[in-house]
Design a protein around this ligand. Structure first.
Ligand code: P6P
Length: 283
């Protein structure tokens, strides 16, 4: 990809092997917390520093924001603004399970509306390293198996399977609202549970097998856990481009504009029928 958005994607792809190679020796907690009050692993900080430096080196990138930083980092007058969670699911590092890097490329200053996304995607550190990118109305998937971002195309038009098979819902069941618990109970009677504790792995289950993933608003935390700008917008852009739906319980996540950089939202993505049923169940 030689264009401006392609330059951003190329940087994420080229940085992924270094992030993955740096995981084994960065499993310890660092001193601080991220702006959401969550403890940071050394790996979180390492991934964030690599991506911030490399992405701001792209002329077209005017700013960078991440889940690990309080404020947007200015990078000049480029027209693209990149928001990312450098290592989403890093709590899975101690248990050696999946995690990844998720990013959104906006044509407006951050925090931006979902409608300002021109591309979004994620790298998944699973048994193999893959990357999914949604742009220009299409989702592509690659294996990242070389150094410097070399990649092999796996799927040039990834589409959500029409037949839903799996589901995964975050949060403790005791913290679910009665309305969501009733919906989840129905879904559990129809689909197979696939919940790995890292959004990107769980969303990839849905993209691969069809179904629905969500992290609902909770009794004492109606805004839920996941971040609108860094997690919800990008995965909603990928899943909707792949033919699925997204929701915060009321409307598409892409219709939302965060007022604050680290604003949280309930998040649901996947089969349009199950997403419609969720919105009906919650309202
Ligand atoms: P819980 C990982 O920490 C994360 O941000 C998402 O990747 C994941 O979906 C969620 O939190 C898991 O949260 O409460 O199940 O540990």
């Amino acid at each position: 990809m030689s264009d401006e958005v392609g330059a951003v994607v190329d940087v994420v792809a080229a940085t992924a092997p270094e992030i993955r190679d740096g995981l084994a020796d960065r499993r310890a907690y660092a001193e601080g917390e991220n702006p959401s009050g969550e403890r940071q692993l050394a790996a979180d900080i390492y991934a964030d520093e690599l991506l911030c430096e490399r992405l701001l080196d792209v002329d077209a990138v005017g700013s960078y924001a991440s889940e690990e930083r309080d404020a947007v980092v200015d990078g000049g007058d480029g027209r693209l603004h990149v928001a990312c969670d450098p290592l989403d699911g890093s709590s899975n590092l101690r248990s050696n399970n999946t995690m990844g890097t998720v990013f959104g490329v906006y044509e407006a200053p951050l925090p931006a509306p979902g409608s300002a996304l021109v591309a979004a995607g994620f790298v998944l550190f699973g048994p193999i390293t893959t990357m999914v990118v949604a742009r220009d109305g299409r989702v592509r998937e690659w294996v990242l198996d070389g150094e410097d971002g070399d990649r092999r195309l796996l799927d040039e038009d990834l589409a959500l399977p029409a037949e839903p098979t799996v589901y995964g819902f975050g949060g403790r069941v005791s913290e679910w609202t009665d309305a969501f618990a009733a919906y989840a109970d129905r879904v559990a009677g129809e689909l197979k549970l696939r919940y790995g504790g890292a959004m990107l792995g769980d969303v990839t289950q849905v993209l691969t097998y069809g179904g629905v993933f969500g992290y609902p608003g909770l009794r004492d935390r109606p805004e839920g856990k996941l971040r609108l700008l860094f997690e919800a917008h990008p995965v909603a852009h990928v899943v909707e481009t792949a033919g699925g739906a997204s929701s915060n319980g009321e409307r598409s996540l892409l219709e939302l504009t965060p007022e604050r950089l680290h604003e949280r939202t309930p998040l649901f993505v996947g089969d349009p029928g199950y997403v419609d049923d969720l919105e009906a169940a919650l309202n």
